[in-house]
Design a protein around this ligand. Structure first.
Ligand SMILES: C[S@@+](CC[C@H](N)C(=O)[O-])C[C@H]1O[C@@H](n2cnc3c(N)ncnc32)[C@H](O)[C@@H]1O
Length: 287
């Protein structure tokens, strides 16, 4: 079985985090991600149906394994940024393009510090998530606000109406989203975040190299990924090399910009470098 994105990449990334729970060395524990899957998916992942820890038979399987590791390492890195931000006084957590994020439940500091958590995503995903949470818990927990919004068409300033307070130091997380948007929307979201951030706030997001946006022979397996994403209607529209990204963010007024490629993340957590460094990268920044 390959990772069946179904109709959405957010189910795909959640599935990778769920699959990880059945692997021999779990580096990202998530007791909650199972809420979004049925028993037959759990059973198949338990049987290692994604072939995550076998020698890849072809480029497309290798690509899938890299995507899996990147998803886990990125989640772990953003968790660290969030935990540090909360420890140094951030009082809100804004998860942009949150999909089936479980951090409100999973990161103990979020609950202990009663951190107001806002999850923003397209209306369909927000409705689905509300349904899953209501089925599981009977209600949406206090402190968690789910906001339907389209980054391409809606005004992010409307977050105020849901109780988001831009005067508070906030951890802004924009994980796994930038490459699905046109450059203009990426620019607008970054400008919005910059305009909201207090000096104690932190931004963490990820992006990819332009090589992820078209078929080429420098990223093995990219052709089948592009075909799969185009089939589900979520093609990559935006990519930027990391040095260009750093300059762009500086021009926008961000500071303390730190960029880590996949193999930097791998080195930090797993103390080895096997992942390619020309695919996705994470960025953290302040103002
Ligand atoms: C690959 S998923 C990542 C989900 C989650 N952040 C994670 O890392 O697992 C991309 C998310 O971005 C959301 N998204 C894509 N385009 C969007 C848009 N125009 N407005 C709001 N959300 C969008 C999708 O609905 C989806 O939940």
């Amino acid at each position: 079985m390959s990772i069946d994105m179904g109709k959405s990449t957010n189910k795909g990334t959640a599935m990778m985090k769920f699959a990880h729970q059945f692997q021999p060395n779990v580096i990202l524990q998530d007791e909650y991600v199972s809420w979004f899957f049925d028993d037959s998916t759990a059973k198949s992942l338990q049987e290692n149906s994604l072939n995550l820890n076998v020698e890849p038979v072809d480029d497309s399987q290798r690509f899938q394994q890299i995507s899996y590791w990147y998803t886990i390492l990125r989640e772990k890195y953003c968790d660290e940024v969030i935990v540090d931000a909360l420890a140094s006084g951030c009082r809100q957590l804004l998860l942009l393009g949150s999909g089936y994020d479980t951090r409100f439940f999973r990161i103990s500091a979020v609950r202990e510090r009663a951190t107001a958590t806002f999850e923003v995503d397209l209306p369909e995903t927000i409705n689905n998530k509300k349904k899953y949470l209501s089925d599981k818990l009977g209600h949406i927990p206090e402190g968690l606000t789910l906001i339907p919004l389209d980054f391409n068409h809606d005004d992010l300033n409307s977050l105020d109406r849901y109780g988001f307070d831009n005067t508070l130091p906030t951890a802004y997380v924009w994980q796994g989203v930038s490459y699905y948007l046109p450059r203009e929307s990426v620019s607008q979201v970054l400008d919005y975040i910059k305009s909201q951030m207090t000096p104690d706030s932190v931004l963490v997001f990820d992006c990819c190299s332009p090589l992820m946006t078209y078929k080429n022979d420098q990223v093995p397996g990219i052709a089948s990924s592009i075909d799969q994403l185009s089939k589900i209607g979520e093609p990559y529209l935006f990519g930027m090399y990391s040095d260009e990204m750093k300059n762009w963010l500086e021009e926008k007024g961000f500071q303390n910009i730190e960029i880590l490629q996949q193999d930097d993340l791998e080195d930090r957590v797993l103390h080895k470098r096997t992942l390619p460094s020309n695919m996705w990268y994470v960025v953290s920044a302040k103002v």
